[in-house]
Design a protein around this ligand. Structure first.
Ligand SMILES: NC(=O)C1=CN([C@@H]2O[C@H](COP(=O)(O)OP(=O)(O)OC[C@H]3O[C@@H](n4cnc5c(N)ncnc54)[C@H](O)[C@@H]3O)[C@@H](O)[C@H]2O)C=CC1
Ligand SMILES: O=C(OP(=O)(O)O)[C@H](O)COP(=O)(O)O
Length: 339
């Protein structure tokens, strides 16, 4: 029988998590929540999701707008085995009080602090640590991208230290309330950015320092990564390690992939909503100089954490082991598949 899942916060991440759950045989979306009766709420109902009010006293607001909700978040939580909290940064920690009260397992997103959960999660790096847990945090999009890349190298070849610079998209495409029209913003000004310590919440033995800058673009982040290796390594070693990991996709500038705009154009042809769940690694950026590996990758922030949320559900509810879950998530989301 399929396990029952609630999605609390049907926004950028929440709607994608709900759609990805709907593709799995072993889980079902019981309901999703919204705070207001906007177009997203109407679309959720149109797509067949049962809608609940994320904030109990907003039920009347939905009703006045002619949108019928099935109840409140509390009603929804009573029907499910697990909730995927996709509410805005720091709100998940507030929502946790309700999950604790009702004894519901919960997955939080990367906008929450590490201590919101027992485990910070990345499927290929530490699936087993989430098995049976009550609270798990799927780390942020940049941290997910970095962790996958570092783990894929590290599991084959010992590494000494990582230094990464992230060029961050300023906001998501739907955002019209904030942005950066002109300028490049060090974010944060003082190093390190949160991504290094967040990678260490999954891979504690990795020596990593990260810097991040916001730029006026909405579609992807870009990472320039330098990894000092313990032993000699060749470009071919790195390319083969990446080629074997389905959650990493290789792109070549010779094929016309000259920027994130071209990668997203490719994803528009490939996927629903141009979601690219894989790290987009420029194959021809991979270089080794004096024992140090250099690589550049791009990350579609809206979609990279979606497969991790599906695998986290399976780990926490002990539905499948690591290999089986990742394989099934990859199959259903067509990860690593080009047709
Ligand atoms: N958008 C991105 O690029 C990524 C976001 N994340 C993380 O995912 C989480 C969600 O972010 P987004 O989907 O981008 O935000 P969003 O703003 O697109 O969606 C959040 C949704 O939660 C709803 N909400 C507001 N208050 C709520 C409450 N008290 N309880 C339940 N829902 C509530 C909002 O109405 C909205 O529908 C954050 O922790 C964020 O850091 C992680 C990876 C990438
Ligand atoms: O997880 C993300 O970024 P992060 O890995 O830099 O924290 C998402 O792009 C959300 O970032 P935002 O907090 O700038 O909206």
């Amino acid at each position: 029988m399929a396990v029952k899942v609630a999605v609390n916060g049907y926004g950028t991440i929440g709607k994608r998590v709900a759609d990805a759950i709907s593709l799995q045989k072993d889980m079902e979306v019981v309901g999703v929540t919204k705070t207001k009766p906007d177009f997203d709420a109407k679309m959720a109902i149109k797509k067949g999701y049962r809608l609940y009010a994320a904030i109990p006293d907003r039920v009347k607001v939905f009703e006045s707008a002619g949108l019928e909700v099935e109840g409140t978040i509390e009603d929804l939580l009573k029907e499910v085995d697990i909730v995927v909290d996709c509410s805005p940064n720091k709100i998940g920690a507030e929502n946790k009080k309700l999950y604790e009260k009702l004894g519901v397992k919960a997955i939080f997103q990367g906008g929450e602090k590490k201590d919101v959960a027992e485990v910070s999660f990345n499927a290929i790096a530490n699936y087993e640590e989430a098995v049976g847990k009550q609270f798990v945090r799927v780390v942020s999009c940049n941290t997910t991208g970095l962790t996958r890349l570092i783990y894929t190298i590290k599991k084959n070849f010992p590494i000494k230290k990582v230094r990464a610079t992230m060029i961050r998209r300023v906001v998501d495409p739907k955002e019209d309330k904030k942005g950066l029209v002109n300028g490049i913003q060090p974010n944060p000004i003082k190093l390190p950015s949160h991504h290094g310590p967040d990678v260490q919440s999954i891979l504690p033995d990795v020596n990593i320092i990260t810097a991040a800058f916001k730029v006026p673009t909405t579609i992807m982040h870009v990472h320039s990564v330098a990894i000092e290796m313990e032993k000699d390594i060749s470009e071919e070693d790195i390319k083969s390690a990446f080629a074997e990991e389905p959650r990493i996709m290789l792109f070549n500038s010779e094929d016309g992939f000259t920027s994130t705009a071209k990668i997203i154009e490719f994803a528009r042809d490939l996927r629903l909503r141009y979601d690219l769940y894989e790290n987009a690694v420029w194959e021809d950026s991979i270089g080794v100089v004096d024992g140090e590996v250099y690589v550049t990758q791009a990350i579609n922030q809206e979609s990279i954490v979606i497969p991790e949320n599906i695998d986290a559900i399976r780990a926490m509810l002990e539905l499948m082991d690591k290999e089986e879950s990742i394989k099934e998530t990859n199959r259903t989301l067509k990860i690593g598949v080009l047709d």
